[in-house]
Design a protein around this ligand. Sequence first.
Ligand SMILES: [Zn+2]
Length: 227
Amino acid sequence: MYLLCSVKILGKEFIIICPRCGARNIVNLDKFSPEFGGLRRIALIHKDHALIVDIDSSLFMRGAYITPYTHIVGTATIFRDYTVLTDIIIVKNFEFIACWPTKKIIDIRTCPECLTDLYNILSLIVRNLQPQIAKEKINSPETISMDDKHFIVIRNSYVVLFGLVPSPSNNENRVLWFKAICGLLGDSPLPTNVLRELAEYTVERINRRPNKQDILELQKISGKSNS
Ligand SMILES: [Zn+2]
């Protein structure tokens, strides 16, 4: 049985100290809507494990569990001071992580692959969130790598998109699709059903370049179409 230390401060803010690794998280409960019977379930991403806490409506901690990352799917999740969206969509062969640096949101819904090494991947992502990039780099986006995982980094004014690629080079078609998707992302994350439809549309066509018709279809799916 683990002993959990929790300190309540400033109304709805908690400091939670992990009994496994000693990591300290500040959790603002106002950011999370209560679920089953007023309980808020929140997952905290730490190195090699997640800490899931249940906090009730009288701000009492009802439970705490150390779990593998795969158990956080669908749970409100925090990594450092970022909110992580975890309603994972299973679409293989077209995976990406989208981030809203100013809103401190990391969306991993379209990247089931990252669950296996979530802490290290999120650390890599956060290190590469700078919003500005030299103009000459925009046409040939940079690739960042960690072990056997490689991501193409594409930015618009709101979003940094990390597209998972099989190898560091020869990703021309994929990059174009990632750019097309990035172009559809505005100042906040898309609903899960829209994201799923975009991913399904793309994955069927990933081996060729997106054409004008594809762009129109993607815009239509995302609700960005004017027609
Ligand atoms: Zn921990």
